[in-house]
Design a protein around this ligand. Sequence first.
Ligand code: PEP
Length: 254
Amino acid sequence: MSRRKLVVGNWKMNGMRAHLDEVEAIGRVAAAHPAVEVGLCLPATLIMAGSERRGAAFIGAQNCHMDISGAYTGSLSAEMLLEAGASWVITGHSERREARGETNADIAAKSAAAHRVGMKVILCVGETLEVRDAGQAEEVVAAQLLASLPEGASADWLAIAYEPIWAIGTGRIPTMEAVAEMHAALRAALASRIGAAEADAMRILYGGSMNGDNATDLLAIADVDGGLIGGASLSATKFAPIIEAADQRMAAAA
Ligand code: PEP
């Protein structure tokens, strides 16, 4: 199965209108590499303006509420984000699981809510350093994935991001063997729930300190179908080498 590489930036709580030039520049890099699906998950304040300057990149959001509307001060529904211009949304990022206490059930509900309005979803999972050091990473992350997976999960609208928590923003990454083993374990877990054909079609991204120096090696791993990138997605100069590395992998696999 050949899966189109998906390379997505997560700007987190970064970006003002002055940074829309970077959105535009990244959109141009995306246009130059049509074999790769490229997106930017912007802070909500930039989604509308960003979607007008996105070029060939899609715009995504970083979170959504699980309900359509209601008395949820400060929250945004998937439908609102879609109307603003976000076609994708990240769910289950560890920064929300940990700091906001989001549970696997919340994440499944948010993912399903996004799908109901026609958005695509990147569902994040990942282990702490304690879990990795205890040799339980694959077992724990596979269980987290199955518990967060929404009803009707399908490769048409859902991608998974494996993001070891200890690798996010730290400059540290797991060994290539560990990434390969985890992605294979996650695909096997998916197959047990949604069937081998659907699991084979679903993209599993790696996230955690991916950059222009390590992207070629990470994206060469058989079950790594792209990246979710924080720091290195904030400028076109740093993001472009990752998109180029993904494009080269697509060409090599063709
Ligand atoms: C992330 O937060 O999703 C992420 C992968 O961040 P970074 O690339 O900065 O480690």
